[in-house]
Design a protein around this ligand. Structure first.
Ligand code: HEM
Length: 434
């Protein structure tokens, strides 16, 4: 792999400090050139406020728009922080999602194992990416997802019925924000919910950036090598009304993909299908519990809930690891040369707070049009599950506002544990009273 720093310096291209453009005086305090040593900080940078992105991203936005950071395996990645650059990189085929490219920046040893051994279209490029993605697009169309509304509402109602019988305080994350999307995706895939604890445990290991290689190998084997493999074999013998069965009948039997591919797709959907939605909902709830004015406004005007969900996605973007790409040829972004083979981390978390795109981006505004937020990504890999995620979150918030109007945090916000080491940012537990 080309060392981006050396190659750029030797190429004579613009290798300036990301802060230099904002102010030459800023160079001395540049965290990317700490103590003038040229050392590069680890990814992800520290947050000051657990509900706001790392401040260094804003400094980069005001500088060249690009920065660099050291990943878990020592790779030096380019960070893309501005809204317009994020959209142009994510829609540019010269930035590849191919995990087999040696420069591809995996999030952790665990994700390298999980995504490398069980490859799916999220880490493929055109034309194979589109071929595989098409097999699932019908499952997540807006119309198909809207038909799930009564079933999702029933799941939410049952979970809240059980929750209000629990002792006070109780944790809303495990009992509700995590349980809802986990139940929904389990049902869609035909995974028995009784096995939820097992797959939740494996998912936590596979999405943690601190799991050891041994732990990741073991979790991936338990989830894909054993559990999902058996499930797919069962569905193959006896297909049902679920996504895995339809993949087998419509695609495995026609020779488009293998049963092993179905196992990998099941893993992708199980993990992507609930971790993201669960963390976004929990972070949104934490925010709203600190803002009784907004909570009350939503109670009085539930038609604002879809807007609230969109603004939560923008303001509290949990995809803090970024969208991962590798340059497949030399590309210039914003005057900066990115060499073929260089790892790239595209940061919607900072793009969503770019003041050239959103007015007063650090203000949570229920009435702004946030639909241009990029938490679901952009371009060919844009999240396939977004209609489902939106519907689940709208139903969860509407039901909480209606049934638990006096919901409040049972502990000081400073005592909460966040997840800086996970693929998805989030809060581990939300002890509440109601
Ligand atoms: C708030 C919830 C969610 C967020 C923030 C989110 C975010 C994302 C992002 C940023 C990507 C693009 C990754 C990239 O460009 O490399 C993505 C892709 C994907 N998401 Fe989601 N997601 C959410 C919910 C879901 C759900 C509910 C499902 C499925 C049930 C899902 C399934 C997928 C799949 C399969 C892809 C790969 C798409 C492709 O590569 O073409 N996601 N998601």
């Amino acid at each position: 792999m080309t060392d981006p720093l050396t190659s750029i310096q030797s190429s004579g291209a613009d290798a300036r400090c990301p802060f230099q453009a904002a102010s030459s005086a800023a160079q001395s305090s540049c965290p990317f050139h700490a103590e003038g040593s040229g050392s590069i900080p680890d990814f992800p940078p520290d947050r000051v406020d657990p509900l706001a992105p790392p401040p260094v991203y804003f400094q980069m936005q005001q500088g060249s728009g690009l920065g660099q950071a050291k990943l878990w395996d020592g790779k030096i990645a380019w960070l893309i922080t501005r809204y317009d650059d994020v959209r142009s990189v994510l829609s540019d085929p010269r930035f590849s999602s191919d995990i087999t490219n040696p420069g591809y920046p995996t999030v952790s040893a665990a994700m390298k194992i999980a995504r490398g051994n069980n490859r799916t279209f999220i880490t493929m490029d055109a034309p194979k990416h589109a071929e595989h993605r098409r097999m699932l697009t019908g499952e997540f169309s807006i119309r198909k997802i809207e038909n799930l509304r009564p079933r999702i509402q029933a799941i939410v109602d049952k979970l809240l019925d059980d929750f209000v019988k629990m002792p006070q305080p109780s944790d809303l994350v495990s009992a509700f924000t995590l349980a809802t999307p986990a139940l929904v995706i389990s049902e869609l895939l035909g995974v028995p919910y009784e096995d939820h604890d097992f797959f939740q445990e494996q998912a936590m290991i596979l999405t943690s950036s601190t799991a050891t290689l041994e732990e990741a190998v073991a979790a991936n084997h338990a989830l894909c090598g054993e559990y999902l493999r058996e499930l797919v074999a069962k569905r193959s013998d006896n297909p049902g009304d679920d996504i895995l069965s339809r993949l087998i009948v419509n695609h495995v039997r026609k020779g488009d993909i293998t049963e092993t591919d179905v196992v990998s797709l099941a893993r992708l959907l199980l993990i992507a299908g609930h971790e993201t939605t669960a963390n976004t909902t929990a972070m949104g709830l934490l925010f709203l519990l600190q803002r009784p004015d907004i909570w009350d406004e939503l109670r009085q005007e539930p038609s604002l809930i879809p807007n609230a969900v969109e603004e939560i996605l923008r303001f509290l973007d949990v995809t803090h690891s970024g969208k991962r790409r590798v340059a497949s040829e030399d590309v210039v972004v914003n005057g900066q040369l990115i060499r073929a083979g260089d790892p790239v981390v595209v940061l919607s978390i900072s793009a969503n707070r770019d003041r050239t795109k959103f007015e007063d981006p650090d203000v949570f505004d229920l009435h702004r049009d946030s639909r241009t937020q990029v938490s679901f990504g952009y371009g060919p890999h844009q999240c396939i599950g977004q209609p489902l995620a939106r519907l689940e979150m709208q139903i969860m918030f509407a039901s909480l506002l209606e049934r638990l109007p006096d919901l409040r945090l049972a502990v000081p916000v400073e005592s909460l544990d966040f997840k800086p080491d996970s693929l998805m940012y989030g809060v581990k537990a939300l002890p509440v009273r109601w």
